[in-house]
Design a protein around this ligand. Sequence first.
Ligand code: ADP
Ligand code: ZN
Length: 528
Amino acid sequence: ARNAKSDAAPDALSVLNHVFGLPGFRGAQEEIVRHVTGGGNCLVLMPTGGGKSLCYQLPSLLRKGCGIVVSPLIALMRDQVAGLLEAGVRAAVLNSTLSYEEASAVEAQLVAGELDLLYIAPERLLTPRCLALLGRADIALFAIDEAHCVSQWGHDFRPEYIGLTVIPERFPDVPRIALTATADELTRKEIVDRLGLGGAPSFVASFDRPNIRYEIVEKQNAPAQLKAFIAERHPGDAGIVYCLSRAKVEDTAAALNKAGIPALPYHAGLDANIRARNQDRFINEDGVVIVATIAFGMGIDKPDVRFVAHLDLPKSIEAYYQETGRAGRDGKPSSAWMAYGLSDIVQQRRMIEESNGAEAFKRVSIGKLEALVGLAETADCRRTRLLGYFGETPAAAKCGNCDNCLSPPVVRDGKVVAQKLLSCAYRTGQRFGAMHLIDVLVGRMTERVTQFGHDRLSVFGIGAELNEKQWRGVIRQVVAMGHLAADSEAFGALKLTESARGVLKGETEVMLREQAAGTRVRATRTKS
Ligand code: ADP
Ligand code: ZN
């Protein structure tokens, strides 16, 4: 690195070859490096594993002064600095893990011009002491990693990122490069506003991860489905299983171990030592499955994770994409598998409604949830839908590597079936959940049916042509379409919404995908 700098005009390619040991650039890297080295600002959107780091590391070596990298991930900073030092780059880190003496030494190096790259945690950078320090140093560029954290609407908002507006204010002439792996239209706009990137180009790489096979199945008995999925498709493979609650993490890990699948729990309630040990085993041993809450995974760089399984619905498509993106970073065939059911939609909605966020925030959150439910319910290619959400239109409408492409679901006109369901909810007073509605529809004489006299209603037994499992699928889809909504204050009672009227009048189309009895997992099994 030192040589690179003392040369009259070190070119990017030779630094790439000699310092990083890489033969060539990937995708837009070269263009980005040229742009930033020339002093330009930009926004870089690249999927995880796409090679974002080089986009600021190289210009930092090619420009005069030290590149300042803002990153919220302490573990990731440490790993990157270790790798850079090994390659002969003068890199250091400033964060809360350093002692006062260690930090002072780094600060002295920076001011003396002895650093090529300095990684700083955002809350550290914002201190008056650090800003004054940066004022005295020669700075090559600012790289703001995980830039989506500035977005209040994003799924990973970090308040300390808001303060980063100070960078364009205090250092307007130093080039800024913001990088993220997840950003929808709204988040992108916020990044541009807050980091002063108006007029700067965006470099958007394709978000497609062609080696990941997407699969979303109807939740029946989630632990059994998960065991079958691992045994049939990924025996002996390393994987991550995401659950929403700590208790479910523990239960699922225990169930897998009992089935002979080595699994370790990971959640914020575990002792820090146990957590670190489980993480190390997952990274260093072969074929370990980690069962985790979403606390796990940010900044974990394990290239051979063969599957990511969701037993609960994530909050948004961004979160789903980011979590599933931890599979197959080495480019080899991998799976993103999710089991989901009506209770997931109801639960997530309740969590949003009961949170104490502002109304606008709740509305955005519900919209994000609905987009994810749309992905889970679609009968079309999952990849096309997923990429479409990020504003990308793939060349082919069908990817050939998702469950819907591999075994297209049967879709039928479900107008009459939906009308029966809505009438049933209406006639029973919109006070009951899915289970009771199904009993009434199929004409089952339960204690409750007798108690409320629902066997005397005209809707009793009008849905006998479908079985219980099929009705569950119908209800989930009708809720997902928004014609029925679960009332969180009335224990999940299903109520008609405004749009239900159009269905009852026969004015609204309702297409339903058929629930093939337990054959979907099998049908898509192709041993690769
Ligand atoms: P991101 O930050 O986008 O998740 P990284 O910068 O960590 O991705 O890069 C992911 C992996 O790809 C790393 O192992 C890196 O060495 C590798 N990589 C990046 N650029 C190239 C390239 N031009 N050629 C080969 N490998 C690359
Ligand atoms: Zn597809």
